[in-house]
Design a binder for this molecule. Structure first.
Ligand SMILES: [Ca+2]
Ligand SMILES: [Ca+2]
Length: 317
């Protein structure tokens, strides 16, 4: 190759390299501008999203709808009369406390649109629904929490000193929650006469010291999974199944309830295998279960096989 051509080739390579460097610089500049813009857009959207949520302050009264957030900073919330959260989304932060008075109700309900509720308690900061007489609370001080037509996730919540702690007629997942010191029942699943189908999961809960039933399943269209709970020291029954489509009762510790551990007041036979009943004496277990032996119109309960020891994983995680 001639010297002149060589130089030309070298020069054109250098030019190309310089051009490429410049171009990639411009290109990188473009990328970072796009990234910056995307970040701004994301922040703007997040801000806009935040603005759409309404943060409530105490006292609560009347009805609220839309996107509602109850924060620990604004807690505790005084409830003096019935409060309704309707047609929207509700988020309740860990550590929020509701002081409820005068036999008031707290409703979470979708009336015109399906609603959603998230109770986001933690082990150290549960969400508490309790009596406004915090120094001297008594069972029955307030009425109940109701969740109806409202998909709900309930984690680490406490329902205490009500008439009925909680009634649910929705697709609800209840975990790590405590139902105690209620005048009537701790937790009611379903609604008699309802034709709406819903499924309820109750796991890792402590249901104890309620004066009537710890847990009552009355919904004719309910599918309920009741697993790894501790159900003890309730009055008339630890657990009563009255009406249901499908109920699974498994790996619970159900013991030391005053009158009966389990009542099957449905005419259908019930399977409740693999639970700990506080004893391995099957005659004693059957005596503590009110079924066809005690009331001829009731279905029987097949509790075989029984667990021969307590489920250590049952109760709060
Ligand atoms: Ca029996
Ligand atoms: Ca029996």
């Amino acid at each position: 190759m001639m010297m002149k051509t060589k130089i030309l080739v070298i020069l054109s390579v250098i030019f190309a390299a310089v051009a490429l460097t410049l171009e990639s610089g411009v290109y990188l500049g473009h990328i970072s501008a796009i990234k910056k813009r995307a970040k701004e857009l994301k922040e703007y959207k997040e801000e806009e999203e935040r603005e759409k949520w309404e943060e409530l302050v105490s006292p609560l009264s009347g009805s609220y709808s839309g996107k509602i957030r109850l924060t620990k900073v604004n807690s505790p919330f005084q409830v003096n009369d019935n409060v309704f959260f309707l047609d929207g989304e509700v988020e309740i932060e860990a550590g929020v406390i509701f002081y409820i008075a005068n036999q008031a109700d707290v409703w979470f309900e979708g009336r015109n649109v399906e609603s959603a509720l998230r109770i986001e308690g933690t082990e150290s900061l549960p969400v508490k629904f309790t009596s406004s007489r915090s120094n001297d609370p008594e069972s029955g001080d307030w009425n109940r929490v109701v969740i109806v037509n409202c998909e709900a996730d309930v984690n680490y919540a406490i329902f205490e000193y009500a008439i009925n702690g909680l009634r649910v007629s929705s697709d609800v997942n209840i975990k790590n929650s405590t139902f105690r010191y209620n005048l009537s029942n701790g937790l009611i699943v379903g609604e008699s006469g309802s034709s709406v189908t819903h499924s309820v999961e109750i796991t890792h809960c402590n249901i104890s010291n309620n004066e009537k039933k710890g847990l009552l399943v009355v919904g004719p269209r309910s599918t309920a999974v009741i697993k790894l709970n501790v159900i003890s020291s309730n009055g008339t029954a630890g657990l009563e199944t009255k009406d249901y489509d499908d109920v699974t009762i498994k790996q619970n510790n159900i013991f030391d309830n005053e009158e009966y551990d389990l009542v099957n007041s449905s005419s259908r036979d019930l399977d409740a295998p693999d639970n700990w009943w506080g004893t391995t004496d099957t005659a004693v277990i059957d005596n503590n279960i009110e079924d066809d032996d005690e009331v001829t119109t009731y279905g029987s309960v097949d509790f075989d096989p029984i667990s021969d020891s307590t489920f250590t994983k049952a109760g709060l995680e």
